[in-house]
Design a binder for this molecule. Structure first.
Ligand SMILES: [Zn+2]
Length: 143
């Protein structure tokens, strides 16, 4: 169920998306546990070694030749603070929020993670994804 807190987090992801320097699409992402934001990120022209690692889960003909420009999810995941990986910190409680809107109408657009980001989200054990879809918001729980 999408609650008010989710909408607030999506607004934060939206703000972050405005910082994107990628021409075609501006996407923003934040990772939070309840009201506590753990990290934020946007997509961009910059490459990211984590993106490079996970791009093999996308079906490129020649993945080694693809420049690993970072997606908003990878940007946020790679900025998670050290303490979430220590002392049995449970990231299953965390939600990753992904925001995308149409350039012209500023209405919600599909922001479901690509196979690379989905694999990264699963490996880091984030428990829930909330993302914009055409004219709406959807969520997905990860077992
Ligand atoms: Zn992606």
């Amino acid at each position: 169920m999408i609650i008010n807190r989710d909408l607030a987090m999506l607004r934060l992801a939206k703000q972050e998306s405005k910082l994107s320097d990628f021409k075609q699409v501006h996407m923003g992402c934040c990772i939070a546990i309840k009201n506590n934001v753990l990290s934020i990120g946007c997509n961009g022209e910059k490459s990211n070694p984590m993106q490079c690692k996970f791009n093999r889960f996308r079906n490129f003909d020649k993945p080694e030749q693809v420049i690993a420009k970072q997606h908003s999810e990878i940007s946020a995941l790679s900025k998670l603070p050290w303490y979430v990986f220590e002392n049995d910190f449970n990231l299953k409680r965390a939600t990753i929020y992904i925001y995308r809107e149409h350039k012209d109408t500023h209405t919600y657009a599909m922001a479901f993670p690509c196979p690379a980001c989905m694999e990264a989200i699963k490996q880091i054990s984030i428990g829930r994804i909330v993302y914009t879809i055409e004219n709406g918001i959807a969520e997905m729980k990860i077992a």
